[in-house]
Design a protein around this ligand. Sequence first.
Ligand SMILES: *Cc1c(COP(=O)(O)O)cnc(C)c1O
Length: 462
Amino acid sequence: MASSIPDRSTSEWQALDAAHYIHPFTDHAALSKKGTRVITRAEGVYLYESGGRRILDGMSGLWCVNLGYGRRELADAAYQQLQELPYYNSFFQVAHPPAIELARLLSEVTPPQFKHVFFTGSGSEANDTVVRTVRHYWNVLGQPERTVIISRHNAYHGSTMAGASLGGMKPMHEQGGLPIPGIVHIRQPYWFGEGGELSPEEFGRVAARALEEKILQIGPEKVAAFIGEPIQGAGGVIIPPSTYWPEIQRIVDKYGILLVADEVICGFGRTGRWFGSEYFGIRPDLMPIAKGLSSGYLPIGGVMVGDRVAEVMTVKAGEFNHGFTYSGHPVACAVACAAIKILRDERIVDRVNDDVGPYLQRRWAELASHPLVGEARIVGLIGALELVKDKAKRLNFPDPGDVGVICRDLCIANGLVMRAVRDTMIIAPPLVITHAQIDELVEKARAALDQTQQELHRQGRL
Ligand SMILES: *Cc1c(COP(=O)(O)O)cnc(C)c1O
């Protein structure tokens, strides 16, 4: 079969990229000095660069390729559906089998309060849908003044106007006049960075009580919802202390506000449970999902709508004036159905919980003894290393970000993708990773830490 993509050399691709392609989240002046890294194919947990070099993908792409690359069943599901019905919509009282079947499967694998889903094309669109849904919900219930959504600093909820507003990323807010009105942020449960002298458990309660303080400050009758990632991903794999989520649940229950768990990263097995909400024992009313839903093979997202909200939206609410051309795209839905069946039939979530999760956790903890590492934290297959100048004092380097970039580039040079957020190194490898590949990941990470330390000595910074 003739491919629509020609064969070109690395330097040809780099020149064309520089000439025509504006990348997401990229400083193009910096990129043009280095030249883009061109990935041409992938298999299992490995990426292959143009030129053939192999790299272990410690990030599952962008936290999405949970089943690894090259799953034939997913390609077949797409190909079959492309031939059967490549596109149709679900507006105007129509539907098609892939979307209906995916909705049914999702109601089986999500917590019991979820029997309904609204489909979107991405996680950002899912969070836009959350904003519209919670405000519409309260309006239908005769409380139109309940519009404020409380989120957290350093949260990530996507890059559309509402998604970026819900997120708590300052550099994103600085571009484009964000956040939009009615979205406020409280502190994050980041013990390593902000816990001071408190124990993690004490700090978890303090961080959660910031929600109650904010609700009282705004007026409980004006607050619509609280949104949080069970574990903050893009913010640097911030794993909250065990006391945090139970206290948040107590507070949202007390004031009757909706709880939104953004499961875009934590969902579909990342924590060793199907959803991060289950890992932390919380009962969300809405769950945005995306990424692992299709294992990243095609773009699809959605919002799981819990019974409390679904009873209003499906009975009393009239028409919901919201939807996307690609809501419930048949090919993306067919691939997501296949991905969920693989997760379930191959018991991959259990495997994260009982086997590869504990193995990576044990090996990851060994890195905590490295002189540069202030903390090695991990849940399931999502983890972080804090790079520090002074271990005992939990003291980061001045100008955070620079050391992380040095370490990240050394990882790539060693054949490992590990991402840097400030000076926090993060991983979220495919859930199908083997013990031998975990050993490879940890050894490459350790080598990069040693080389980072040498480089910092050379620069006179240690
Ligand atoms: C990636 C991400 C999103 C946004 O998803 P997109 O598909 O990139 O729009 C939203 N929430 C969380 C927690 C994410 O990690």
